[in-house]
Design a protein around this ligand. Structure first.
Ligand SMILES: Cc1cc2nc3c(=O)[nH]c(=O)nc-3n(C[C@H](O)[C@H](O)[C@H](O)COP(=O)(O)OP(=O)(O)OC[C@H]3O[C@@H](n4cnc5c(N)ncnc54)[C@H](O)[C@@H]3O)c2cc1C
Length: 473
């Protein structure tokens, strides 16, 4: 191996191309360009090469070569991540998109094994085609991949009933930074044979290795989903409604999302083909979904519980969706809030969680805090109120340069919001992860002993620090 860095890199490229074939390697700037920008256009990256392996063996060969040449690696799936983790900062970029095969569906074991590049909507279809449900669902499901969803421990809308990605993974296959392959694709519900290593890779954001495949849990398909759009006067009423709905439905609530009137207005303004399902001047809407095993009695159940909520003053008004088109419409409204918000302008984004019992307090105190620190801001607080995860976003005040606000005064607002979250026993990153965005903050917010344990794990699996450097740790 030569000492000249340019010649060394050329040698690396030619060995990589020999190992993966020309389809597996690209230095074409036009092909690379879309991989270098995040979906909101906030961050920009660079890479000398895009690697496109089509199999675990090819990932292994690429990783072994990166190790030999001492090159850092950035894995990428659908590039829909929210925390500036998926865009390369000069590292070798490994896209898993070509690894998109269904390896196995084991219906009797309620499990399916998919490669890392399978898109979430395809995973949902595969489950459906086999008479089962894969319950993960989120706004980026048309682009987010199984590997990325595992790496970020994604959440989304069904968490209160089915849990996060961490709860949906039975086994994984991963390629370690030195190129070794770990086949942990076990479809077991019970396996007490030492450390549960797969959990290390879930939520690791690609800092420990590359996930190449996973065995995922499947669930019975509900016979019917009853969906309602409900007007409530406050987040406190929303939490009361959640308790009522859980009790009345025997725990069948699979979606409980809050949308503020301002967020709805933005969707109506910026997103085509949506209309307000239940016009009202009240400040808050709830999208509630029940997943039930029998059609008989399902409509009665949701109507009765909503009737009780109105009589008791918990809900102001409600409409049960009568058709699949109506259900699709209310979900479209909910999922379009971040998209409409992006068109509206840049915003400080806080992906935070608190115990459900403290959601209302957080929303009230958080809004007052942001408004006192930056008069004139709009607050778009929406999301998974059913599991205590609120996306608490704050727009720049009118007349203030958006980038300047985000990068200067806004930082103080974020720190104050996160202080509030910590004081309420919450998390500063509920489901989007840490990436490069929250890395510095994590270091001083987490207890020292916890940071030391995380660094020890990183050192053990990636001693040279080549996997996604600068993310999380
Ligand atoms: C409109 C919108 C709505 C969203 N809603 C939600 C939501 O409700 N809940 C939620 O949790 N998230 C949400 N997200 C965030 C995002 O969709 C998730 O973080 C998703 O899991 C990212 O998957 P991806 O394939 O796009 O991964 P990428 O963005 O490509 O990568 C994310 C991270 O994982 C690493 N990575 C990717 N693939 C692998 C792999 N195979 N092995 C190891 N590391 C890997 C990357 O290096 C990066 O650090 C949303 C995003 C958008 C754009």
């Amino acid at each position: 191996m030569t000492d000249d860095p340019g010649a060394r890199f050329s040698e690396f490229l030619s060995r990589l191309t020999e190992a993966l074939g020309p389809k597996g390697v690209s230095t074409d700037t036009q092909e690379i360009e879309p991989h270098l920008n995040d979906w909101r256009g906030r961050w920009k990256g660079s890479t000398p090469v895009l690697v496109k392996p089509a199999s675990t063996e090819e990932v292994s060969k690429a990783m072994a070569l990166c190790a030999e040449y001492g090159l850092a690696v950035n894995p990428q799936g659908g590039n829909s991540g929210m925390v500036n983790g998926s865009i390369p900062q000069g590292e070798v970029l490994i896209s898993l998109k070509r690894m998109n095969h269904v390896r196995e569906v084991d219906v009797l074991n309620d499990a399916m094994t998919l490669e890392a590049g399978v898109i979430l909507t395809r995973a949902q279809e595969v489950a459906d085609e086999n008479g089962r449900l894969f319950p993960l669902s989120l706004g980026a499901q048309g682009v987010a991949t199984i590997g990325g969803l595992i790496a970020t421990n994604a959440g989304g809308a069904g968490v209160l009933r089915y849990g996060m990605m961490r709860d949906l993974v039975l086994g994984i296959e991963a390629v370690l930074p030195d190129g070794r392959v770990w086949n942990g694709l076990r479809g077991l519900r019970k396996d007490n044979t030492g450390y549960d290593l797969k959990q290390l890779f879930i939520g690791a954001e690609g800092t420990l290795g590359i996930v190449t495949a996973a065995t995922l849990k499947l669930f019975p398909k509900p016979a019917v989903k009853e969906t309602a759009w409900i007007i409530v006067e406050s987040p406190a009423k929303a939490v009361e409604l959640l308790q009522l709905a859980k009790a009345a439905s025997g725990g069948a609530v699979t979606g409980f999302e809050i949308v503020p009137r301002f967020g709805l207005d933005l969707v109506l303004k910026h997103v085509p083909d949506v209309r307000d399902p239940l016009p009202s001047s009240a400040d808050w809407r709830i999208l509630m979904e029940l997943s039930l095993p029998r059609v008989e009695g399902a409509r009665d159940m949701i109507e009765t519980l909503l009737g009780e909520a109105i009589v008791r003053g918990i809900a102001a008004d409600a409409a049960v969706c009568g058709t699949e088109a109506q259900k699709a419409m209310v979900w479209k409204i909910r999922e379009s809030v971040p998209i409409a918000e992006r068109v509206h302008g840049k915003a400080l984004k806080h992906d935070v969680s608190v115990p459900v019992s403290r959601v209302a307090e957080f929303m009230q105190r958080g809004a007052a805090l942001a408004r006192s620190m930056a008069p004139g801001v709009d607050i778009i607080a929406f999301g998974h109120v059913g599991d205590g995860n609120i996306h608490f976003n704050v727009t720049a005040p009118p007349g203030v340069d958006q980038d300047a606000f985000l990068n200067r005064d806004g930082l103080k607002v974020t720190e104050a919001i996160h202080d509030l979250i910590v004081s309420l026993n919450g998390s500063i990153s509920a489901e989007h992860g840490i990436g490069r965005l929250k890395r510095d903050e994590l270091a001083w917010r987490k207890p020292q002993v916890e940071m030391e344990m995380m660094r020890a794990v990183k050192k053990a699996l990636d001693p040279d620090g080549r996997m996604n450097p600068g993310r999380i740790l």
